[in-house]
Design a protein. Structure first.
Length: 268
């Protein structure tokens, strides 16, 4: 009888232990999967359901969402001459910024901008520099440039909020590899037509925080660079712009989510 009771007792303890182990394993798997689903920065980050996909590799979406920026130096004519090409590393297709009208580094001649204009937003964009010295740029609100320039580690270099911050060159994966910018941007605020709060930006470069809630002082580059270049800032939204400089710089997986940031804080 005693042996039988011991066996029954041991079976009860064993069942409880197994149930506890199962709960722990389940919780662990949920945590892992949740972490995968909520990955928010770096190469390969997918657009959340409430974001707008700006480029998915297709010609149709490119022509639907983008156009040439009609700046004073515009030399290109629609349809867009930015070519769809095979992804050099992964499956799928990408777009090449090497528009023939921008040959020789003639920025502003064939820059591509979204038709939709934005104020505050969360942005994800991936780029691939094919050759040494490859040059392009990501313009927030078609005003403030996040530099794409291989080999430059200065305030005018890779990953810099151009002329405002140092280049986080250490985070750059280098030529022949995909890189990602993840951005939260808050537009400048105005009262009675005068700027009362500067634009602010937080940037992750390949998953590493590079700039945290940086205040942006001005639009650099003059009238051929973007909206309000060479003049006073205006309280108007602007599109996301990609710069053509006559170099093979590829882009893919571009998405944006409009935000309403009441406080002057972009950190995430």
């Amino acid at each position: 009888m005693n042996d039988l009771r011991k066996q029954k007792t041991m079976k009860k303890y064993f069942k409880k232990a197994m149930r506890s182990t199962g709960v722990i394993v389940t919780l662990f798997m949920v945590a892992v999967l949740s972490g995968q689903e909520t990955k928010k920065v770096g190469v390969g980050t997918k657009a959340p359901k409430n974001a707008e996909v700006l480029f998915d590799g297709s010609r149709d979406l490119l022509d639907k969402k983008w156009t040439y920026w009609e700046g004073p130096r515009l030399a290109a004519e629609l349809p867009l001459k930015w070519q769809i090409e095979k992804d050099p590393v992964d499956e799928g297709t990408v777009v090449n910024s090497n528009d023939p009208s921008a040959a020789g580094g003639k920025y502003g001649a064939a820059d591509m901008v979204t038709k939709t204009k934005f104020r505050d937003f969360r942005l994800h964009i991936e780029f691939f520099v094919v050759k040494e010295g490859g040059n392009s740029g990501v313009y927030l609100q078609n005003r403030y440039e996040i530099q794409v320039l291989d080999g430059d580690k200065t305030k005018h270099g890779m990953g810099a909020v151009i002329n405002e911050t140092e280049s986080p060159y250490h985070a750059y994966n280098g030529i022949g590899k995909w890189n990602a910018y993840d951005v939260t941007f808050r537009a400048a605020r105005f009262k009675n037509g005068v700027r009362s709060e500067k634009a602010r930006v937080t940037l992750y470069f390949n998953g590493q925080k590079a700039h945290s809630n940086v205040a942006i002082n001005k639009v650099w580059g003059g009238i051929n660079s973007g909206l309000d270049g060479g003049g006073e800032l205006t309280d108007t939204p602007g599109g996301l712009k990609l710069q053509a400089e006559g170099h093979d710089v590829l882009y893919r997986n571009i998405w944006i989510k409009a935000l309403e940031l009441t406080k002057a804080e972009t950190d995430f």
